[in-house]
Design a protein around this ligand. Sequence first.
Ligand code: PRX
Length: 638
Amino acid sequence: MSNYHIKHLEEYYQVYRKSIREPENFWEEIAEEHFMWQNKWNNILSWDFSKPEIKWFEGAKLNITENCIDRHLTTRGNKTAILFEPNNPKEPSEHITYNQLSKRVNRFANVLKNQGIKKGDRVCIYLPMIPELAISVLACARIGAIHSVVFAGFSATALSTRINDSDCKMVITSDGSYRGAKTINLKGIVDEALDSCPNVNSVLVAKRIQSEINMVEGRDHWLQPLLDEGSDICEAEIMDAEDPLFILYTSGSTGKPKGMVHTTAGYMVYTAYTFKNVFQYKEDDIYWCTADIGWITGHSYIVYGPLANGATTVMFEGVPSYPDFGRFWEIVEKHKINQFYTAPTAIRALAKQGLEVVEKHDLSSLKVLGSVGEPINEEAWHWYNDNIGKKKSPIVDTWWQTETGGIMITPIPFVTPTKPTYATLPFIGIQPALMDEQGEEIKGNQVSGRLCVKFPWPSMARTIWGNHQRYKDTYFSAFENKYFTGDGALRDEVGYYRITGRVDDVIIVSGHNLGTAPIEDAVNEHPAVAESAIVGFPHDVKGNALYGYVILKDVGETRKHNNLRKEINQIITEHIGPIAKLDKIQFTEGLPKTRSGKIMRRILRKIAHNDTSNLGDTSTLLNPEVVQSIIDGHKNDE
Ligand code: PRX
């Protein structure tokens, strides 16, 4: 038996050592015993980080949906696969069994085929958290089409950029979506996006809010009639281990978003194995991850990882605050949730509401609590531990990234003793390294540095769609022969890791990765703006919020600054989405620059943090005098 399910600390260390000493044997055993293959591999791993090129299970043939659905049908056909909880608590929840999921995925796959979608084609999915989202993801995988899910909170411009970057042929959307008490006109956003996407020739539209929408003749089709026509049997396309499974966009510190490409076999093996262990999932458990499938967390730990284990996975359409701030806890009670996985920003927002809404609900079903997306501060950790877990449900603070595909550093519950704010130990097979700025690895404990990974793991992204050079430059060039995460971390006296935050120009706001450059580009689109620089500053709910320093073209601009602030945020909403709006905008006459013209963000960050006591040496700046005026302006704005 391979070590598929780790149950105590000694076993963790033993399995971890094996996974490092003999990674190929280790992963081969896991792959061999726990998955369904049409053909086994010729080679388990080949890799070269200098190119970079990484291949796992080369030569193997499989379809991930056979692993996530078909193989469960004999033993778990009537078990709930997806438990859908709608936005409105008065609407009934929906239990989709593995048998039903199989039929619905196959039907959907036949619709895709009938619309001319073939293996390797890219399909953009822009849907709210309704069952069709998971089903369309799986339907793409069934026929070997590459899905590119775009979070349905992104704007038309952001959507069209992503559609065009990977040349999607089709968009799957809905008439609209519910978000708490609001509705959002998703189809309208798609229509606007498609004005600049000439290669999209079909749009499938699911009905959700029954709104009147515009349907373009010949291009747009209501989904349901097509599903009704189709057969519920669709043979799975046989895929190579390294065929792309999906593209998912993530922000870079510069330039356009990066379409991270994940491939099939390694991604499947790693997400399934991590899911089983990190959540200690047992057969009858009900597991709930509150993320949206528009992010990697939803891909790996709502859809693929849980379903590959035959789990029951909850999909929640709504928001934590509707109809009131007790919604999460009401759902935990209603469905007797056993594993609950959410983001620190949600925990902080809910902690602010007081305990009354928590105490109304029976949370005794909970066994494991998870956290993901950003560092969890000590206060939020304790609130979560004391009031939700009642000190009996371990918190797994899981560190990972869109690029890593699966969880990388995490406690294993009931195995690894937890420590607030620490992601603790590397998961099986993961070899982290802390590097100094000279490129040397920092060995030993009680040290900090830049977090890298020095050996491949099965679910790492293989490239950036259409731009392999950028993949190399971003992740494999800072440190030779290592994957660079962009994060800083420290290792304590026992070897536990704590992630200290990004060391590049990516800012994590409410758990969402935002690159500063694209937001600055949007701000600079405003006709009155000459230049801008954006930095993060601490925010008690969002973790970080955005602070924009803006130089106006006409310094004597007579219009009201508050109107300009609104207009700037409106442009950001249109270009990226409301998540990237600036919390503070300071108008300034200059920005501190080096002699080569680079903005000194370090100084701007310190001012935004109200930490002006030690700005370091500013005398080498091109314009040192500007620093004081920015400090004065900041104080006046306070
Ligand atoms: O900075 C780290 C932070 O989120 C980044 C990855 O963001 P994204 O690709 O959107 O994926 C988020 C969900 C996996 C990381 O580089 N991050 C993620 N998890 C943690 C974290 N920071 C601290 N602690 C975590 N548990």
